[in-house]
Design a protein around this ligand. Structure first.
Ligand code: SAH
Ligand code: SF4
Length: 395
């Protein structure tokens, strides 16, 4: 069957108009890229390794943005850096704080595009939900982001920048001379914001390498979870090239229903997806795959669904994360009742799988799963302006 929904990564993708020449942004460069850039700027090759280490630590350990503050570098070297480089983050346009403490940042990136970043605090930890694309080319019928037409991949710098701007806002950079803080405000990162991370693999990978680097932000690979709708050919690379944990937006137990909810299923169906998951490198009981399952009233929430799901999971170290549907204006679905969700959870649990029900967070500020959609897109009239800015003539 020919799929009708856009399921390739470049349909509708806007080209990026990159600034030509000018200073290079350090944020998001891999170690190798930064080393090469330092040499190109005039750093003697035999000093490059040391300089790389120093600059890296200032930017990613201390959170410094001004070369003048890099006090272990000679003054003229700081001047050379300032001449060739910048340390720039995406711009925070608005910050909303929910009654439950959840923070949502609307962030503007090059070309005037906008994405959202959500911080979900818990007692002694916190999760940062970051975006990998502006919008999404996939069109999952229950997802607000999927209704957004405008799409472009974020650069590695724009992805790392989301983590850094949240650390700025939360005051999480270490202070020289002060004792090390015991609790990490951002203890976990989930790639569950806007976009399909596996359609922007290289940039997501490079960004996560920067975030995991021990000389900097130093977040362990098991503290990062990448969520995919099921881009089968890229799944194994998530383990071999990033090493983070995997979550899959499963959401249905028959191809018929999954075709409706997650149209990429028409390209890679449930059986194909499960095969790829069974083969996920490094899969074990301590590193299970999370199956995300959105609870939609009367669509995918029966006892039969729960039993079918258990059967499908056979042989895969898994846990099931049940997500009560978060409504958005004009959404074609309703959230399943609490009773239904609990009955469903019990069946999964009794079969031996953890089946937590995700508490919706930040609903009052539309920060919950699947509610993200940038203000740019809500104000339709500006879409044309953005396309024009990106160098794309659109009617
Ligand atoms: N594109 C990736 C990651 C972003 S979506 C993916 O689809 O996996 C993060 C999670 O939120 C996914 O499991 C997605 O299916 C879920 N989601 C989307 N819209 C939702 C909504 N309205 N209510 C609850 N969960 C939703
Ligand atoms: Fe894209 Fe994920 Fe939303 Fe589907 S659920 S439209 S893949 S962001």
């Amino acid at each position: 069957m020919t799929p009708t929904a856009p399921i390739t990564q470049d349909v509708l993708t806007l080209p990026r108009k990159l600034p030509e020449g000018g200073p290079v942004n350090i944020v998001g460069l891999t170690r190798d890229q930064l080393r090469d850039a330092l040499i190109a700027a005039g750093t003697p090759e035999k000093q490059a390794k040391m300089r790389l280490g120093q600059v890296w630590q200032w930017v990613y350990h201390w959170g410094v943005r001004d070369f003048a503050q890099m006090t272990n570098l000679a003054k003229d070297y700081r001047a050379l850096l300032a001449q060739h480089f910048v340390i720039e983050l995406p711009q925070v346009v608005t910050r909303q704080i929910s009654e439950d403490g959840t923070r949502k940042y609307l962030v503007r990136i090059a070309g005037g595009h906008e994405v959202e970043v959500v911080y979900i605090p818990e007692t002694d930890r916190g999760t940062l939900c970051i975006s990998s694309q502006v919008g999404c080319t996939l069109t999952c019928s229950f997802c607000h982001t999927g209704t957004q037409k405008l799409v472009r991949n974020l650069t590695a710098g724009e992805i790392v920048g989301q983590v850094m701007l949240a650390r700025d806002d939360l005051g999480e950079w270490p202070v020289q001379g002060a004792p090390k803080e015991e609790i990490r405000r951002i203890s976990n990162i989930v790639l569950m914001g806007m976009g399909e991370p596996l359609y922007n693999f290289e940039n997501v990978r490079d960004a996560m390498k920067v975030v995991m680097d021990n000389e900097g932000i130093a977040l362990g690979r098991r503290r990062i979870t990448l969520s995919t709708s099921g881009v089968v050919p890229e799944i194994a690379r998530t383990a071999t090239e990033i090493g983070c944990l995997l979550a899959v937006s499963f959401h249905a137990t028959t191809d018929e229903v999954r075709d409706q909810l997650v149209p990429i299923n028409k390209r890679w169906n449930i059986a194909t997806l499960l095969e790829a998951l069974k083969a996920y490198p490094g899969l074990s009981n301590s590193e299970r795959i999370t199956f995300e399952y959105v609870m939609l009233d009367g669509v995918n929430d029966t006892k039969e669904d729960a039993h079918r799901l258990v059967k499908l999971l056979e042989g895969i170290p898994a846990k099931v994360n049940l997500i009560p549907f978060n409504e958005w204006p004009g959404a074609p679905y309703k959230r399943s009742s609490g009773n239904r969700i609990h009955t469903f959870a019990d069946i999964i649990h009794n079969a031996g799988y953890a089946s937590p029900i995700r508490t919706p967070r930040g609903e009052d500020i539309m920060a919950a799963c699947g509610q993200l959609k940038s203000a740019t897109e809500r104000a339709r009239k500006s879409a044309r302006e953005i396309a024009a800015e990106a160098g794309l003539a659109r009617g």
